[in-house]
Design a protein around this ligand. Structure first.
Ligand SMILES: NC(=O)c1ccc[n+]([C@@H]2O[C@H](COP(=O)([O-])OP(=O)(O)OC[C@H]3O[C@@H](n4cnc5c(N)ncnc54)[C@H](OP(=O)(O)O)[C@@H]3O)[C@@H](O)[C@H]2O)c1
Length: 289
């Protein structure tokens, strides 16, 4: 975001690979500002291939989850990909059913085994499950202190869930991963997170493939010589968030990261602001107590 609300410093990675910036999280760890989304990519061959395409295109950040049934394919592909582990940023998420006190740690250890790694860069609670999320965060803190997750965070948390966590937790979440795109802009939530130094990850930044024929986006895309998808992803960057676009196609994987050689101007941002229509494609955690 280009205004005073942006509390995250943008810093370049050592490699400056493909000029993908990093954001600094509240624990001083860095997060590459675009990651490859891996939901609905559970065919082994297709998943390994998309990770390979992404590594070749310059992605270093991969967003998996226990629920996606593809941690093992991601693990295999990165092992084969030849990029040193310390240059990668790997996220997984605790499945809702694994949030129980006795289940989190064994399930996390299984994730490490699947991913063929000793640590993840980011571990998230996938959803603010009412019955389990508060003790579950204690377990997340234990994992963080053990060094097996370099950062911990949450997903699908609304402001009231974050307020509870900020009050009760010892360790602040580094990230909140939520559905965020031009048709679901969630300005209050983004502002709250940024004010509290929590990085917002934008899941479904392409609105899960919906609305790509929008005429306003098409006209902005034409003006910049970019695709509608690139405008949607770039908007997430302008908002100071970390978009996680998903594709299994090589051309689109490349296209979705080719967004650091242009900027949206004030008029573009004003026009896109008017597209917000509270359109959700995934879970709605708004009324989860
Ligand atoms: N934490 C959570 O609860 C949660 C929930 C949902 C998603 N996520 C994360 O966010 C990631 C992205 O979200 P998403 O998978 O819902 O959807 P998305 O990235 O918003 O959209 C993906 C869809 O857009 C298509 N697409 C991708 N690039 C394109 C391009 N350049 N031009 C035209 N179409 C394009 C893809 O098709 P092809 O694959 O055929 O190219 C796919 O149908 C997930 O994979 C996951 O990692 C997290």
């Amino acid at each position: 975001m280009n205004d005073e609300n942006n509390k995250q410093d943008i810093i370049m990675s050592e490699q400056e690979f493909m000029n993908i910036p990093n954001l600094k999280m509240n624990n001083e760890q860095k997060i590459p500002q675009v990651g490859l989304g891996l939901w609905m990519n559970k065919d082994g061959e297709a998943c390994r291939q998309s990770v390979k395409f992404a590594l070749e295109a310059g992605y270093r950040h991969f967003d998996s989850a226990q629920a996606y049934d593809n941690e093992q394919f991601l693990g295999e592909a990165i092992k084969k990909g030849g990029v040193p582990r310390e240059e990668l940023f790997i996220t997984t998420k605790i499945l809702n059913d694994n949030q129980w006190w006795n289940d989190i740690i064994p399930s996390f250890e299984k994730s490490l085994e699947n991913l063929q790694t000793d640590y993840v860069d980011l571990l998230l609670l996938h959803f603010p499950v009412t019955e389990t999320r508060r003790p579950a965060w204690r377990r997340m803190e234990e994992i963080y202190k053990s060094g097996r997750a370099k950062s911990i965070g949450v997903s699908n948390y609304m402001i009231h869930h974050l307020e509870e966590l900020l009050k009760e937790g010892d360790i602040k979440p580094a990230v909140n991963q939520v559905e965020l795109h031009v048709f679901l802009q969630q300005p209050e939530l983004v502002k709250f997170c940024q004010k509290n130094d929590i990085v917002v990850e934008a899941y479904s930044p392409l609105a899960h493939g919906n609305g790509m024929d929008d005429p306003v986006l098409a006209s902005i895309a034409k003006k910049h010589g970019k695709s509608t998808a690139q405008i949607m992803i770039r908007w997430c960057i302008e908002m100071g968030t970390v978009p996680l676009p998903k594709s299994t196609h090589q051309g689109r994987i490349k296209e979705n990261i080719d967004i650091f050689n242009f900027k949206l101007d004030k008029q573009d941002m004003a026009d896109i602001a008017k597209l917000d229509r509270d359109f959700r494609t995934c879970w709605d955690p708004t009324h989860v107590p």
